[in-house]
Design a protein around this ligand. Structure first.
Ligand SMILES: [Fe+2]
Length: 386
């Protein structure tokens, strides 16, 4: 996130002696991307972050993939997916490629450990539930509609409140960022951007736990999970500053861009990463030209697979969509409004749709778990029924 933030106590200059009240030194850590060329933050730990006492392999995280299938459109009805596990172990991958993986999570257990995704950034969309994203940079309270962006390498856990929790988890080996075209040369979001720095929430206070009990951090790296054990609390940062940290944006703070005729999907773009984008379809005024067709035309998304996650069931161009539905419209075959949808939309002034879209430039492949939720009739849902 290209904006300087400073939280807690830091010394007046980097790389100088910084002492605890007892006179011993804090351990400085430069936490950065792209070697020393990307954005970074500098953290000050009570303990030396390299002091691991034990580690052990937990297992392979790569999901079982579905067999190759003919090219077709997909609809998954995921609302009945059983809740299981915690906010990390409960993640069920549905589809992935080399650039991104998409999972759903309905946690029921508390995380008794911390987690670090060393393979990439996590973007967690909170469909249902409230709680706390607790990280080594500090905590961010979360609620429905939040996008939580957790940079690669961040030690964190999710502390859900009681009640239903439902999340869409987008993982990427590349940085998940604000769209470049919405930033000026200094990184500030421009006037035509659909959200502003003021909408972005960052940790407000340092998370300083100076405890000497064993703690576990499960690290995802190279598709495998390894448990690391430390004799201290891994969230022991007295202060930090820099440009790299977790942040949150609520989908309700995404201000839709509307027009007199249909606006294309890039106007809904919220984030970008290597070879994919994330878009937010939010309640908005519909196209106001007197002859406007206010829902999408048929389109061939050549060189792009389109995954849509439906937060509610009010998607104007599509019938049979439920809360929690997921559609995948792959590259190579057109999709568009379903029978009667164009006529039904004429003259409509508003839509209440709420959905998250991930468009990938390389094909997505299904996991075997995704097949449990498949609506097999979906490829024929555009056919007129007499
Ligand atoms: Fe589309």
């Amino acid at each position: 996130m290209p904006r300087y933030v400073r939280v807690g106590e830091v010394p007046p200059k980097r790389h100088i002696q910084f002492r605890k009240p007892d006179g011993s030194l804090y351990a400085e850590q430069v936490f950065g991307t792209k070697g020393f060329s990307g954005i970074n933050s500098i953290l000050y730990h009570a303990n030396v972050p390299t002091q691991v006492s034990e580690y052990r392999a937990i297992g392979d995280l790569r999901p079982e993939m579905a067999p190759d299938e003919p090219l077709r459109h997909h609809h998954l009805k995921t609302w009945p997916m059983p809740a299981s596990g915690d906010a990390v172990s409960g993640r069920v991958p549905l589809m992935l490629n080399e650039d991104v993986s998409l999972s759903l999570c309905r946690p029921v257990e508390a995380m008794g450990y911390f987690y670090k995704n060393a393979d990439g950034d996590d973007l967690i969309f909170v469909h249902e539930g409230t709680g706390t994203l607790q990280t080594m940079f500090g905590s961010i309270a979360y609620h429905e509609g939040d996008y939580l962006i957790v940079p690669r390498g961040t030690i964190y856990r999710l502390l859900p409140d009681s009640g239903e929790q439902r999340m869409l988890v987008i993982e990427a080996p590349s940085a998940i960022e604000t769209p470049k075209r919405y930033r000026n040369e200094y990184g500030q979001l421009l006037e035509h951007a659909p959200y502003y720095e003021r909408d972005i929430r960052v940790p407000g206070a340092a998370e300083y736990h100076n405890e000497t009990a064993e703690h576990e951090v499960r690290i995802k790296a190279r598709g495998r999970l390894t448990a690391y054990y430390y004799d201290f609390h891994p969230l022991d940062v007295v202060g930090w500053d820099g440009y790299l940290y977790p942040w949150a944006l609520n989908i309700a703070d995404f201000e839709p861009i509307t027009g007199s005729i249909h606006q294309p999907p890039p106007t809904h773009q919220t984030f970008e990463a290597h070879n994919f984008v994330v878009c937010s379809f939010v309640p908005r005024m519909l196209d106001y030209h007197p002859l406007a067709v206010p829902i999408p035309y048929n389109h061939s998304n050549l060189e792009s697979d389109e995954m849509l996650y439906y937060v509610n069931d009010k998607f104007g161009s599509r019938k049979g969509i439920e809360k929690g539905s997921v559609t995948l419209h792959p590259s190579g075959i057109p999709h568009g409004p379903q029978p009667g949808a164009v006529e039904a939309s004429l003259g409509a002034k508003r839509t209440e749709e709420l959905a998250v879209m991930v468009d990938t430039f390389r094909p997505l492949r299904f996991t075997r778990a995704a097949l449990n939720y498949e609506d097999a009739n979906y490829p024929f849902s555009w056919k007129q029924r007499s």
